[in-house]
Design a protein around this ligand. Sequence first.
Ligand code: DGJ
Length: 339
Amino acid sequence: MRKLQFLFMFMLLSLMTSMSFGQEKRDDFYPTEIWKDTKGDTINAHGGGFMYHKGTYYWYGELKRGTTWLVPGQNWECYRVNAGGVSCYSSKDLVNWKKEGVVLPANKTDQNHDLHYSKVLERPKVIYNEKTKKFVMWLHIDSQDYSAARVGIAVSDKPTGPFKYIQSIKPNGLDSRDMTVFKDDEKSAYLIYSSEWNKNLHISKLTDDYQNVSGKDIIALPRMSREAPAMFKHKNRYYLITSLTTGWDPNMALVAHADSIMGKWNPGYNPCKGEKADLTFTGQSTFVLPIEGKPGKYIFMADVWKKTNLQDSRYIWLPLEFKNDSVEISWKKSWSLTK
Ligand code: DGJ
């Protein structure tokens, strides 16, 4: 009898524990499906940027919450949701993510502030500066109609924030919309940004503290209307995955490459294979993450935008592989890093 009582108590306790911690530990990625954090809440970090620091991966992204509406008076489908700021999650295994909170909140009171919730805060990316020991965030800052076209900079002493907003700039006096930052092996870092009404994709070297552009700038992809840049380096060659500019709708990705980051870029080819490969599997690039301790292994990361309900936007993560020196990303309904 006592044994039965004990068994019953044990089962009840296990049930309560799994209920209070919500999410069970996972092993697999399920591209486009709802992804829960370790507490069981849906991960809300779009246009994501990733950083590996001292054994932990950090995921920064746009917090998109609330009603989606169409900005009036635009000649394109300018769907918007109030900016919630930048959220952050951490993980050791890339599958199970713990919510660290909002590390750069939207401003609630000052309509003129860059971070006011009515504005566009997109594609946050964070890199660590060894010299200053600061974590430096760059993000796309814009007005509701995307006419301001600026890039913002914030800094923190810790990867989990809080980040202190410094300013927004027009890099080299130019407009800047979709963007990313890339930190190279020899510690130089670069801003990659769509400019001149998205016609040209530029690369600008950053200053040594990573908090401004240095003045060294090239047009890597001229007159190609590319956005959503995601850069990585493999065997001393630089790669840049981008999308075409079709608002929230998906289109075909291209992977460009160059032997020197500020040199000549080859515009490239579509790396996607399989179902909906011509539409980047319905997603839009945001990052390519090298897997720590596994040289040559990368994850391609994309957003699946749900334009009329942006808070329900999803994520596509897929293995990025090299086949005879060509980049290949193949569709998979589910996959794992360990199997
Ligand atoms: C495509 C961009 O890549 C997104 O980040 C966002 O700015 C949408 N356009 C807005 O339509």
